[in-house]
Unconditional design. Structure first.
Length: 357
């Protein structure tokens, strides 16, 4: 039987079809079904309304050496720009549809529409696609035929609950496909084009920054009573500052960020150890500390941290705003000027009062 590839169509799987998609993926894909976590799009390729292939695109790999070297982005840029990459985490051609060139045609059709779908579903632009192929099972022929670029092998470590596996057991072939012509330049540039920015700037803290951040708060007086202190003040403030630098806003977001810290990160921040596990401060503890701590001394400590780690900035973005209902004894409103480094995304703020007409 011959088929006309021009009659193939690719579209997102709708809600009613999801059980059928999961069942087929679980039955025929050697890795089984992959649950929807975070930003995930499921696609179905149809031929005259019959299902021929299934695909899943989800969040990019957090780290991938050959991909990161190809892009050439800075360590801090990487964390803020991973959302511009999608990972083809599953690709299944159903048994009765294994015809020549069908797989590469399906990938090409996906490439034509995924950027628009990603923007429509998640409100985020997309610049690059990536995928990992097991060389013990496949050669990546379909991806090569669809003009994906082979970058090399991954190191073979697997993501685990505690970070990454201790041994490299299964290196994968890494392929990428730009969705925009200038994807590589945009991902690696020092200042990201505003059309690709979403949310507040984020950075990724290095191991050294995690270890040293609490030290900058050692000289701040602890406003809490001596009884019942489960966490050192410097640790609570270090975690709160680290979460804020990584884009978290509000007590709940800071606490959630702290809870997601892996054991090694918790150890670096100096968290206390209970029952052989490092414990992070709760939302109520973080809120209590931030509400009661001396703001002047806290601001001074943060300025000292900025002085130590913000030297890599080559350009700055400056913004200012007036705080509503913030009036001093002389009846003057409080103004805040924010200076954000483009390279590090670190923020330095200075408050001043001035007569407001």
């Amino acid at each position: 039987m011959k088929i006309n590839l021009e009659r193939l169509c690719v579209r997102p799987v709708n809600k009613v079809e999801e059980p059928r998609y999961r069942e087929l993926m679980q039955q025929y894909h050697y890795l089984g079904n992959l649950a929807k976590i975070g930003h995930t799009l499921w696609y179905v390729a149809t031929y005259d309304e019959e299902w021929a292939a299934l695909l899943s695109f989800s969040a990019a790999a957090w780290k991938c050496g050959v991909r990161d070297r190809w892009i050439g982005w800075d360590f801090r840029h990487q964390y803020d720009r991973l959302s511009l990459i999608a990972n083809n985490s599953r690709f299944l051609i159903l048994p009765e549809w294994r015809y020549p060139n069908l797989g590469s045609k399906v990938l090409s059709l996906c490439r034509q529409r995924i950027a628009g779908d990603w923007q429509a579903y998640f409100g985020q632009p997309l610049l690059l696609l990536e995928t990992f192929v097991d060389p013990s099972r496949f050669h990546g022929t379909i991806y090569r035929a669809a003009n994906w670029t082979y970058l090399g092998l991954s190191r073979g470590y697997r993501r685990t609950r505690d970070g990454y596996s201790s041994e490299a057991t299964s290196p994968k072939q890494v392929f990428i496909l730009p969705v925009q012509r200038n994807a590589r330049a945009q991902l690696s540039c020092s200042t990201l084009n505003p059309i690709y920015r979403t949310g507040t700037p984020k950075i990724m803290l290095t191991a050294q920054q995690m270890r040293t951040l609490p030290d900058f708060f050692n000289d701040i007086p602890d406003p809490r009573r001596a009884e019942g202190k489960r966490h050192r003040l410097s640790v609570v403030l270090g975690i709160a500052a680290g979460a804020t630098l990584c884009g978290m806003r509000g007590y709940k977001a800071i606490a959630a960020w702290a809870k997601d810290l892996k054991p090694k990160a918790r150890e670096r921040f100096g968290c206390r150890r209970e029952n052989k596990q490092y414990v992070v401060p709760s939302e109520s503890i973080i809120r209590d500390v931030l509400v009661r701590v001396d703001p002047v001394k806290l601001d001074l400590a943060l300025q000292q941290w900025n002085a130590a780690f913000a030297t890599e900035d080559q350009s700055l973005a400056i913004d200012g705003k007036t705080m509503c209902n913030a009036v001093d004894e002389a009846g003057r409103q409080t103004h805040i000027m924010s200076v954000v480094g483009h390279e590090t995304a670190l923020c330095i703020t200075q408050k001043k009062s001035a007569p407001c007409p």
